[in-house]
Design a binder for this molecule. Structure first.
Ligand SMILES: Cc1cc2nc3c(=O)[nH]c(=O)nc-3n(C[C@H](O)[C@H](O)[C@H](O)COP(=O)(O)OP(=O)(O)OC[C@H]3O[C@@H](n4cnc5c(N)ncnc54)[C@H](O)[C@@H]3O)c2cc1C
Ligand code: SF4
Ligand code: SF4
Length: 1022
């Protein structure tokens, strides 16, 4: 039995009183101070971990004002605040002690747009891709780009002065912020915009902020110009140079706030410059024999008037090739036969005049052809791309590259600390040679890619931060890279801001300018209450800075034994890059996060909680063996059972145990497995969720519902003997009431009538025995197909299985429906790992024996079939037997040559079909949509895959009373919209869960694609 984890950090009295007073003062946002919420805000994508006391989630500027007004009272003067957006910083910018103010949860409205004047007004929590999605209708866009565009907020972008691909032309975020509305620490509102000098001088009379900034920047102009880098990239905190325009006729305080890393004010709204999208975008992917060749060639490419030049090295390419993302671009960046592709340059041309833009591309092509003919510069080939969709896919790969680096094998992980250096592009190749020599001298591996046009290179050296010696090495390398960038006239903080690296500022700026920065900080925040420890302290405040050597996540992680880390590897390997916060409702990642907006209910949140839970378990004396064991080590005794009852009762009465926080987070997980493929590190939450549940329930009783769900496969075959009786019984209002109130299940599906067995009566497929098949020759067997049953389709949607049997037959093969063998997926979801291991072992034995017949085994439900490939491997490991159950589209693809083709069909169904993908299928088998399309094409019919998120059912999740509202909302977010936009009767899906969800909420029975195919063939047979 696991112990109770009762020692969570307690709130100090001042914070407690502050939060209570805030609650009573009309604050409309959320307030969280529980351990779980604080933990999820204790990390970003950096190497650091710092626990805040509490988190506030304001809903409006007025809420932020309330926070600061109240904080201004004498009693609360000691409290410190740190604004937070998407939390994707790579240098701990949003991490701090004190109170975190997260503006991303609610302050995400687009407030106004004016296309004629080219601006949009947004709240600070709007996500960059969300904004551009909105602006699509006007053919406009917000230009500054960054890899985390699907989860980074405008507030975060402004405060880190984010930029990325295309910055040579489009500039940085600060170049596009027209004005901001900010709340100062004293509760005052500050609205900034460009002002004439006369106006500023007037305002400065009454504003210490304006006076200090204006006078300092004016009086030290020459020093500032000398010191500030003449690079495409600015540095965060504070832009003393660009507050003035070049001829000093205008002054804009906005420029001081952009890049201030939350150290000056809370930005609540911003008016942003937007520009028309270029009509034409063309891409050239140039391939090289070495990364050095790619780097050396970059200046030449920039001269070709390209919008951007992005370089990727072989390490990143290799990792991308192992990721789901490669599927979408593998034809766009193909290998060159006879060569080893060690690097690529992605060159983009954009413009509104096609001829002109294409001319530039063609011109470059000719020059590259010539270089290749002369075997110059290591160029081994290139491909061009004009299709916008394809261009976006290549950039999606490039954007995922940072995250993918984290997926390196072994304990040394590529980590960010010197990852965004910037040097003048003409020195980049030399600089990199020295940088590499430095890393090589420590025998470190690393991946590299970046914006070579602006001299920014992303390098993440691989270190094991759990090893204190390597942690020290991180600091040594940081210092050396600072020296190296200085040598080449560059910057350590070329793109991702300073954060914990602010300690290098005094040396960079020199004493005089550094004091200027402090003076500005003093004017905004005299008592160091906003994001203290970052950028610089106010004058006369000696609080100390957060440094590169501050407490890292490695400090906590190293308390978990290696073997436990390996077993719970998903939880320990998450690097916090935040891709699982993806805002896009039509992306499968992560439904529970998307719906709640609560980071605790994201894969990152779950990984964070389980990591801490493991650490605390070890601290409480639980052994590695107990944590790693798949099965409880001791059999349940009456004493243990009695203790469990007592523990459960105490929990009901509110006894605290951190395990309950973890359990709550897991309760919201749909086990959809999107994280296991979409996350760059492939964090498999359902895997560690099952392990956690198993251990949790050694201490606490399980609800009856878990037993009903976990054992469903044993009683379904029995119920199917009298389906009408059970359906009648299940439909009775009293039964519904009882299952709802006592078991906690709703809208349970009805058993199929007639049952599959009845539908197959007299059909050969049900009569033939395996022993008979064994006696057949190989050739005879090649005519057969074995249909693997799953509990849900066979017992609740039997017509689909029957239609599949008919389809097989109509295609000229002989189907045999295999006897039902429990699959165990439901046991896994509920964390009955012991039982699941047993079920998996039995099924695996049975299916591998059948596999020896050499006859294809095919199932129709993706979640259940993929369980054989994934969960079985994880639980049985080397004991997993050798068999493969195909999905219907895989089998159809394998026999494509034997399928009738459109020229042989009398009647062709010319109306389009639409495929709403099942999330497990589309994420785990990324080629599945294309394969289905190809199959339909063979029949002369168009099938269009529709991007949808999770349907909200996910097995039994949607049937649980507690999840009903969430399940419905998820359905409405994506599936219901899609079904409104396309003709329902032409919409198809492969998942049983999805079909039952559509039936439940839209009273419509969706078909499986195999049923559409059957219909098409049967028409021809008539
Ligand atoms: C995989 C990966 C790739 C990345 N690629 C890029 C890239 O291409 N280009 C790039 O520029 N960056 C990149 N970054 C860094 C990061 O995404 C950016 O810095 C981004 O702008 C941070 O936005 P956020 O909303 O996550 O802000 P957070 O990380 O939450 O906060 C960043 C800073 O802004 C402050 N802040 C946030 N909101 C407000 C507000 N409303 N008011 C006042 N202060 C606020 C915080 O206090 C903090 O100091 C990358 C990060 C990762 C993990
Ligand atoms: S779960 Fe994956 S996507 Fe989410 S933060 Fe962790 S590593 Fe990134
Ligand atoms: S399984 Fe699905 S719901 Fe659960 S964490 Fe992963 S993506 Fe989110």
């Amino acid at each position: 039995m696991i112990p109770r984890l009762s020692n969570s950090p307690q709130l100090d009295e001042v914070t407690k009183t502050y939060l209570n007073t805030l609650k009573d003062s009309g604050f409309t946002g959320d307030i969280a101070s529980d351990y779980a919420s604080c933990l999820t805000m204790a990390t970003d994508n950096s190497i650091y971990q710092l626990m805040p006391q509490a988190i506030l989630f304001p809903r409006s500027t007025e809420d932020v004002q309330l926070i600061t007004y109240l904080a201004n009272q004498d009693t609360f003067q000691t409290l410190k605040f740190t604004p937070r957006g998407g939390g994707t910083g790579t240098n701990g910018q949003s991490l701090n002690r004190g109170i975190v103010v997260d503006l991303s949860r609610y302050m995400n409205r687009i407030l106004a747009v004016n296309i004629e004047e080219g601006w949009v007004k947004v709240e600070a929590g709007v996500i960059k891709d969300q904004l551009n999605e909105y602006l699509k209708q006007y053919d406009y866009f917000f230009a500054p780009e960054l890899s985390t565009s699907n989860r980074a907020t405008i507030g975060g972008m402004i405060n880190t002065d984010a930029s990325g691909q295309g910055s040579m032309v489009y500039g940085k975020t600060s170049d596009h912020v027209l004005s901001v509305k900010a709340v100062l620490i004293n509760g005052e509102i500050l609205e900034t915009s460009k002002k004439s000098i006369a106006e500023v001088e007037n305002i400065a009379n009454n504003s210490i902020i304006y006076r200090t900034t204006y006078e300092y920047c004016k009086n030290h102009r020459q020093l500032i110009l000398n010191k500030f880098p003449k690079l495409n990239r600015f540095l965060t905190g504070y832009d003393l140079k660009n507050v003035f325009n070049d001829n000093l006729t205008e002054f804009d305080l906005t420029r001081i706030l952009t890049g201030s890393e939350g150290s000056l004010a809370f930005i609540t709204e911003a008016k942003l410059n937007i520009i028309p999208k270029p009509k034409y975008r063309l891409l050239m992917n140039i391939k090289y024999d070495s990364f050095q060749s790619a780097l050396s060639n970059a200046p030449f490419l920039v001269k070709a008037e390209a919008l951007s030049v992005e370089t990727v090295d072989s390490k990143v390419l290799g990792l991308a090739k192992e990721d789901i993302i490669w599927q979408s671009i593998k034809e766009l960046i193909t290998d060159v036969s006879g060569h080893d592709m060690q690097g690529i340059n992605i060159v983009e041309f954009a413009g509104n005049d096609y001829e002109l833009t294409k001319g530039k591309l063609d011109n470059l092509s000719k020059q590259i052809d010539k270089l290749m003919m002369n075997h110059c510069l290591g160029i081994i080939g290139y491909q061009t791309c004009e299709n916008l969709d394809e261009i976006e896919k290549i950039y999606a790969m490039r954007k995922k590259a940072v995250g993918l680096l984290g997926n390196a094998k072994g304990t040394r992980k590529p980590i960010p600390f010197v990852e965004d250096t910037c040097v003048p592009p003409e020195h980049l190749a030399d600089y990199i040679t020295e940088f590499r020599a430095l890393l090589d001298s420590y025998h470190l591996t690393y991946g590299m890619f970046g914006h070579v046009d602006s001299g920014v290179l992303h390098v993440r050296p691989a270190l094991d931060m759990c090893d204190p010696e390597q942690e020290k090495l991180m600091k040594t390398i940081s210092d050396q890279v600072v020296g190296l960038t200085a040598k080449y006239g560059g910057l350590l903080w070329g793109e991702h801001g300073k954060g914990f690296r602010s300690e290098y500022s005094p040396a960079f700026f020199g004493e005089e300018l550094y004091q200027g920065l402090r003076a500005i900080k003093t004017a905004f925040d005299p008592h160091n209450r906003l994001n203290p420890g970052k950028i610089c302290p106010p004058l006369n405040v000696d609080d100390g800075m957060l440094t590169v050597s501050s407490t890292t996540r490695g400090f906590y992680d190293r308390q978990i034994p290696l073997s436990v880390k390996e077993v719970f590897h998903g939880a320990t390997e998450c690097n916090g890059n935040g891709l699982c916060f993806n805002f896009d409702v039509n992306s499968p990642m992560c439904p529970s996060m998307k719906l709640s907006g609560n980071r605790v209910y994201s894969p990152k949140g779950r990984a964070t909680l389980v990591r801490e839970w493991l650490r605390l378990m070890i601290e409480s004396g639980v052994t590695e063996q107990e944590l790693n064991s798949l099965l409880p080590t001791k059999h349940s005794t009456l004493v243990a059972f009695t203790k469990k009852i007592a523990n459960t009762v105490k929990a009901k009465f509110g006894e605290y145990d951190f395990s309950h926080d973890v359990k709550d987070s897991m309760n919201h997980c749909l086990s959809c497995k999107a994280c296991s493929t979409q996350c760059p590190i492939k964090i498999d939450v359902p895997d560690f969720k099952a392990r956690f549940l198993q251990l949790y329930h050694t201490r606490y009783l399980r609800p009856v519902r878990d037993y009903l769900v976990g054992n469903i496969e044993s009683y379904l075959p029995l119920m199917a003997k009298a389906p009408r009786f059970f359906n009648f019984f299940m439909k009775m209002p009293v039964t519904e009431y009882v299952t709802n109130k006592t078991v906690g299940m709703v809208s349970l599906p009805m058993l199929s009538v007639p049952t599959l067995k009845k539908q197959l009566v007299g059909h050969n497929s049900a009569n033939i025995k395996l022993e008979q098949l064994q006696k057949f020759s190989e050739e005879e067997r090649s005519q057969y197909v074995l249909v693997v049953q799953d509990p849900f389709t066979s017992y609740y949607d039997a017509k689909v299985v029957y239609d599949f049997v008919c389809l097989i037959e109509t295609l000229g093969y002989k189907p045999v429906v295999l006897p039902f063998v429990p699959n165990g997926k439901a046991q896994h979801i509920k964390g009955f790992l012991k039982q699941f291991a047993k079920t998996a072992h039995t099924a695996s034995q049975a299916l591998s024996q059948i596999a020896q017949l050499g006859i294809p085994m095919v199932g129709v439900d993706p979640a259940l079939v993929l369980c054989y490939r994934d969960e079985y491997k994880l639980i049985l490991q080397d004991k997993v037997s050798d068999f493969k159950v195909l999905l219907s589209h895989e089998w159809l693809t394998n026999i494509a040559d034997h399928l009738p083709n459109s020229t042989q069909l009398k009647t062709i169904d010319r109306e389009k079909w639409y495929l709403l993908g099942h999330c497990s299928e589309t994420t785990q088998l990324p080629a599945s949509n294309q394969q289905w399309q190809q199959i339909f094409k063979q029949f002369g019919t168009d099938l269009q895959p529709i991007r949808v998120g999770c349907c909200g059912m996910a097995g039994t999740y949607g049937h649980e009373v507690n999840n009903l509202a969430a399940s419905k909302q998820l359905y409405e977010l994506s599936w219901q919209r899609a079904l409104t936009n396309y003709p329902k009767e032409r919409c198809l899906t492969t998942g049983y869960s999805c079909r039952s969800q559509v039936k439940r909420f839209d009273k419509f029975i969706m078909k499986h694609p195999i049923q559409a195919l059957l219909g098409m063939i049967q028409v021809n047979c008539q």
